[in-house]
Design a protein around this ligand. Structure first.
Ligand code: NAD
Length: 319
């Protein structure tokens, strides 16, 4: 493989994605400020370096898998965070200069961001990359850690046709499907719409099952109807919030994720921001965000997002 990849953010998702690129024969140089992530990546064959700047200097593609848009913009622009090692890496005589990645990468580098971030921040990051003489593609993913490990992610992609084509082979290694959704930020836009719908559909599914329980329906009977009727959706047929009907769903293992509630809350918070930015007068997206926010505060953060059925049962007890 000819492309040299700088991979920034070797966490739960980035670690296995980088490992798959190494397996496929790519040269991958990685950076993450957390020692456990560094060690795990090194063990899979990633050339882990001590600074972001070092990682990108010779890269053709800078792939980011970071927690938020703030992390991304700080990496691009170089308001050096104390833990990122950038200050220490500044070449002789430039210590203290803000060494953003956009300034140190070779002209024409593809900045491929796979993190889930705010649509407006994603578009801003693309503008900055292009203004600095680079290329930009946003490609958030769905499929979770299991998909990252198996190389079966779905990428929702925004950017220019030629730039998307330049990373198509890479994406094929890490995922099974790529949907090109339009210009810069449109990948993030598709992701935020999908996950807002997912949050809402899970809450609807949970309400249907708890109402069914109170009306005397057993789980299997209600599942058999929902899964073959107009209430059918992924939250029923794949991630069913009650144990039994779908043996692989997190409900069968005490709501071990799966997709943790805190990540669902992150995505619903991005949806709230997108709704506010666009002036869309939605009611269910913000309601879903408020319900998940409460559940996360009440201790549900690390449970699968289908575990929110427990909250509704508790609230309904004695009603
Ligand atoms: P994570 O917290 O496990 O990993 C993020 C990594 O980024 C951490 O190891 C952190 O140390 C590192 N990091 C922070 N600042 C950095 C910097 N400047 N340079 C390099 N590395 C830096 O999170 P994750 O679960 O891997 O998620 C990553 C992104 O993928 C998030 O945007 C998340 O919303 C998205 N996502 C996650 C899932 C999932 O199921 N976990 C699914 C889809 C999308």
């Amino acid at each position: 493989r000819e492309q040299h990849i700088a991979f920034l953010g070797l966490g739960n998702m980035g670690g296995p994605m980088a490992a798959n690129l190494v397996q496929a024969g790519y040269r991958v140089t990685g950076f993450d400020p957390m020692p456990p992530a560094q060690e795990a990546a090194r063990a899979t064959g990633v050339a882990v370096v001590g600074t972001m700047v070092e990682a990108v200097q010779e890269a053709d593609v800078v792939l980011t898998m970071l927690p938020s848009g703030r992390h991304l913009l700080e990496a691009y622009l170089g308001q050096a965070r104390p833990d990122d090692g950038a200050a220490a890496s500044a070449p002789e005589g430039t210590e203290g200069a803000p060494q953003g990645l956009l300034a140190v990468a070779r002209p024409g580098t593809v900045f491929l961001d796979c993190s889930t971030i705010d649509v407006a921040e994603s578009r801003r990051a693309a503008e900055l990359a292009i203004a600095a003489g680079h290329r930009s593609v946003d490609a958030p993913v769905s499929g979770g850690v299991v998909g990252a490990e198996a190389g079966t992610l779905t990428f929702m992609v925004g950017g220019d046709e030629a730039d998307v084509a330049a990373v198509a082979d890479l994406l094929d290694v890490m995922g099974r499907r790529t949907v090109h959704c339009g210009g810069h930020g449109n990948g993030q836009a598709a992701k935020v719409c999908n996950n807002m719908l997912l949050g809402i559909s899970m809450l609807g599914t949970v309400e249907a099952f708890v109402l069914g329980e109170q009306l005397g329906l057993d789980h299997q009977a209600l599942f058999d109807v929902l899964s073959t009727s107009s209430g059918q959706c992924w939250s029923v047929t794949t991630n069913c919030p009650v144990p039994g009907p779908v043996p692989g769903s997190p409900a069968n293992r005490d709501y071990q994720p799966g997709f943790a509630s805190q990540l669902m809350l992150k995505d619903l918070t991005l949806a709230e921001r997108a709704l506010a930015d666009t002036g869309v007068q939605a009611q269910l997206g913000p309601a879903a965000a408020a319900i998940y926010r409460q559940w996360v505060e009440d201790g549900g953060a690390g449970k699968d997002f289908s575990g929110i059925i427990e909250q509704l049962r508790e609230r309904s007890a004695g009603g």
